[in-house]
Design a protein around this ligand. Structure first.
Ligand code: COA
Ligand code: AMP
Length: 640
């Protein structure tokens, strides 16, 4: 067994646990597997027979929905609150006990089953933050079907790409979502996506929301039957959980990668259930009787793991909040929810705190609420700047725990594991590697770099349970993009360094991914959209620093010669194209027209140098640059 590459801290309990996860991987994960109820118990943890595609708990069987719901009801906890729905945007609050939620999920599993959805079939869920999104996810899990939740801020073209890749039997949706400034109608988007996609979907099931117009019956076509959720549910027979192999997929979650086909992260049933149960206990310190609120969206991985599966598998109470940190109605919304539901653990993205701080710099609104119930605040999704960490720590006088993870890993790679042992926190660092994640920092040749030197953050294989098992339809792509660049390691795509005590500092992505308000986006796919405009000769989209959102995309375009178009018209057209083809969530609002882009002599655009110039960072002009004047052109745009 390899030694952990970074010193995992000095504390004994954390240190010992981490060390055991490396030295006695089988024993460690088989013991963790006891937190889950199995139909067929696992006898081995790791299956390396198809390495580097590792599998966890091969031969074992379970049902994830049973673990999230039935087992708590069978244990006599049916009246415990499983889910609290709080929606300032529609003015509704509702609680669901475990027994009620189980009944609704089993019934909706009946609806899906009657629509022909069975084990292994894919179902796309395109829903706003309403309880039916969770019910639909768990109903799929109950049948052994594979859900793929698509975030509501994505446009028809993105949805169509996911339909073609996942080839679902059914789509579950609602008439729409409510953003503070507008109603977002989903049905026209789904209809457009079905027209764009080559795969044909048999069934669309629509939950009607009185706040949003549209009816399922208006959309049925020869190939796709559209049905009303409530009508089908009224007559459906509840279904029992279907046992699946631990290695069978539970869900596919599409995420931004470099340009090209959508990247569907595949999560299995067994490894995921074990990772959720272990992390709830050891990272968050949340279990039965506790309330956890993850202020994210079910469309993102954070929502999958810690709005839905983690808290429910742990038998805790989860809060589903359909609102924003500010404006619904004010910057006190988070504190109200914490206080109203006696939230023990709050988890959100740093951008949400920055938005609250901007609106209410001294958090005056927080003083109206009793926050004594709060045990800790966890943050992830993007870098937590030390200033925001200091502000939140002073405000709450509770641990504010930065933890680093990715859609691919499904749970934290680095954290201070509060349930296991609260380690001293340091501003700017997500602390230490979580047990199971054996990290190192390497140069481009795979050589470990000394502490304090920045390099690629890699994780030794195998990754622990709960991490991606592959990419949907893309074993080769997974191996090529993540597992082959540095042999025997998973390439995270993030760069960073360890300090002398082993604290990790994540500095940013090494690829074209940016994080805008905690939303992961690809600048490459935005460039693909801009390049379609008839006036654009070439373009580059880079992530520039934004005070609230962390980063925002900025497009640099060079016009074709002889084109006559004003900067304003071009900018408006390009923004509309990105909104239409990727979605509002891309938040693409900045376009700069320049006479040329800095390139190497071989024609490669120097995006990194551009990013450094625009963000006011130090930069070195590469010796291979084609035209040094182009650097001045970019520098001149700063502050324009
Ligand atoms: N459906 C449809 N549209 C959506 C959407 C959704 N679910 N979520 C966001 N959008 C739209 C917004 O309405 C906005 O549209 P607009 O251009 O018409 O104004 C656009 O996408 C950009 O949204 P966003 O980047 O979120 O900016 P914002 O100004 O509306 O809100 C914050 C800023 C910080 C309040 C908000 O981004 C936030 O709460 N972020 C936290 C993110 C998070 O939880 N991430 C999960 C990782 S843990
Ligand atoms: P996502 O897949 O949307 O969760 O985004 C993953 C990416 O977000 C990571 O690869 C990082 O670049 C960034 N990220 C997430 N959490 C953190 C964190 N705590 N600190 C720094 N970057 C983070």
């Amino acid at each position: 067994m390899s030694e952990p590459s970074a010193s995992p801290g000095s504390s004994r309990s954390y240190r010992q646990t981490f060390q055991r996860s490396v030295d006695d991987r089988e024993g460690f994960w088989l013991e963790a597997a006891k937190l889950v109820d199995w139909v067929v118990e696992p006898t081995t943890a790791l299956d390396s027979s198809d390495a580097p595609l590792y599998r966890w708990f091969a031969g074992a069987e379970l049902n994830t929905c049973f673990n999230a719901l039935d087992r708590h009801v069978l244990a006599g906890r049916g009246e415990t609150t499983a889910l609290i729905y709080d929606s300032p945007v529609v003015g509704k609050k509702k609680s669901y006990s475990y027994a009620t939620l189980l009944d609704k999920v089993a019934r909706f599993a009946g609806v899906l089953g009657d629509a022909g959805v069975g084990k292994g079939d894919r179902v796309i869920i395109y829903m706003p933050m309403m309880p039916q999104a969770i019910i639909a996810m768990l109903a799929c899990a109950r049948l052994g079907a594979v859900h793929s939740v698509v975030f509501g801020g994505f446009a028809a073209k993105e949805l169509a790409a996911r339909i073609d890749d996942a080839a679902p039997v059914a789509i579950v949706t609602a008439t729409g979502g409510i953003e503070p400034n507008r109603v977002v109608e989903y049905l026209p988007t789904i209809s457009a996506a079905l027209e764009l996609s080559s795969h044909s979907v048999d069934t669309v099931i629509v939950k009607n929301r009185p706040e949003v117009p549209g009816r399922a019956s208006d959309y049925s076509t020869e190939t796709t039957a559209w049905w009303d959720w409530d009508e089908l549910s009224a007559t459906a027979t509840p279904r029992d959980p279907v046992p699946v192999a631990a290695t069978d997929p539970l869900y596919i979650l599409y995420t931004s990668g470099t340009t090209g086909a959508p990247k569907g992260v595949v999560r299995d049933n067994g490894g995921h259930a074990v990772a959720m149960a272990w992390s709830m206990k050891n990272i968050y310190g949340v279990g039965q009787g506790d309330v956890m609120w993850t202020a994210s969206d079910v469309g993102w991985v954070v929502g999958h793991s810690y709005i839905v599966y983690g808290p429910l598998i742990a038998g805790a109470t989860t809060v589903l909040y359909e609102g924003k940190p500010v404006g619904t109605p004010d910057a006190g919304a988070f504190w109200r929810v914490v206080s109203d539901y006696r939230v023990k653990t709050l988890f959100t993205a740093p951008t949400a705190l920055r938005a609250i701080r901007k609106a209410d710099p001294h958090a005056a609104l927080s003083h109206q609420y009793d926050l004594s119930c709060l045990d800790a605040l966890f943050l992830a999704g993007e870098r937590l700047d030390p200033d925001t960490w200091t502000w939140a720590t002073a405000l709450l006088e509770k641990p504010v725990i930065d933890h680093w993870w990715q859609t691919e890993t499904g749970w934290a790679i680095c954290a201070s594991p509060r349930g296991l042992e609260q380690l001293p926190l340091r501003a700017g660092s997500p602390s230490f590697p979580v047990p199971g994640f054996n990290l190192s920092i390497v140069d481009e040749h795979g050589q470990t770099v000394p502490h304090l030197d920045e390099g690629n953050i890699v994780i030794s294989l195998p990754l622990p349970p709960g991490t991606l098992t592959t990419l949907w339809n893309g074993d080769d792509r997974y191996i090529q993009q993540y597992l082959s660049v540095i042999p025997d390691r998973y390439l995270t795509g993030d760069s960073g360094y360890f300090d002398r005590e082993g604290y990790l500092y994540v500095m940013g992505r090494t690829d074209d991914i940016i994080n805008v308000a905690g939303h992961r986006l690809s600048t490459g796919s935005m460039e693909q959209v801009l390049a379609q405009h008839p006036a654009v000769a070439e373009c580059a989209v880079i992530g520039v620093h934004d005070e609230i959102k962390g980063q925002k995309p900025m497009g640099y375009v060079v016009l074709k010669s002889g084109v006559d178009i004003s900067d304003e018209t071009l900018g408006a057209e390009l923004m509309a194209m990105v909104r239409e083809q990727i979605g509002a969530v891309a938040a693409f609002r900045d376009v700069v027209v320049v006479s040329g882009l800095p390139k190497t002599r071989s024609g490669k655009i120097l995006r990194k140098t551009m990013r450094q110039i625009v963000n006011g960072e130090d930069y070195v002009v590469p010796p291979t640059i084609e035209d040094t004047q182009s650097i001045a052109v970019i520098a001149e745009t700063v502050g324009r």
